[in-house]
Write a protein that binds this ligand. Sequence first.
Ligand code: GLY
Length: 359
Amino acid sequence: MTARVTVGTDPPYDVVIGRGAVEAMAPLLERVAQVAVVASPSVARHADDVAGYVRSQGVGVMRVEVPDGEAAKDLRVANHVWAALGQAAFSRTDLVVGVGGGAITDVTGFAAATWLRGVPVAYVPTTLLGMVDAAIGGKAAVNTAAGKNLVGAFHQPELVVCDPGALATLDQPDYTAGLAEVVKAGFIADPAILDVIERDVAAVLRRDEDVVTDLLTRAVRVKAAVVGADPRESGRRLVLNYGHTLAHAIERDAGYGAWRHGDAVAVGLVYAAAVGRRRRFGALDDATADRHRTVLEALGLPTRYDATAWPRLREAMRVDKKSTGDRLRFVVLDALAEPAVLDSPNETLLESAYAEVSG
Ligand code: GLY
């Protein structure tokens, strides 16, 4: 059984979720002459499966190897992909497929967006974070000396294939970190996600396939709805940034790579709830605010950061690309599943809320 979520961009595309979801590529493969599978060594087995399926459909495949992890998001890596596409005389009737975590799908998307000013791309994310976040939305970027994700493109994929079977090989800390984005989706738009987690945390943590498929489908639906309404990030997408303002500051403060993105998001979510509950008008109710910490801690996610870090974190928030000039735009909840944007929140409020995550 697979679930299909349509992202309402123009043209729309599907995210197919479930065991054997790779077969959803069949109609796409009927239209292409050759496929380049871009993957890193650690996901070679998944890339083999995808390449095998493509071949079984009578389409030629070439493999392009890129480095694991964040190191993949580099112009030299994009250049390596372009070189491979050039050698195979890749055209707009061909298809690039990125297999791996968020860094791999990002660099693959960037290379595909820029080769011949855009060739079709599909993603087979192999991490939870990739499935619920990085592979959906069409933003693809690399890191440069100027900063992370500053050079990129909007390039929506033709298809995203999420097979929960791929998660079996993921390290537990990476799996758990990915759950922070799932929890975020629960708070901003689909509280049933929180109910599913609270009902049986153990099933979530042991990656029970039915539970994971349900959570994946729900979280993908949340992201798909927001991206469909705002494909080029002109406003509404900001709600996806819930918990991310402090998270980005933590990642920067700790030194990139020292904290998993999802772990930082977990702290950021508790902080965002703390800001929400302290607002003078439209304050978030205590039960919903407290629920952030309870659900994240039940999953084993961190909810605290260095007590002395506030001044450094505040400075890091100032340079976050999601703020407009000097103005900080901070996502809070008015109530469960009712996100709102605070423009230039009060400094005392921001600082006092940090007490809830300081430790
Ligand atoms: N690649 C993630 C996004 O577009 O949101």
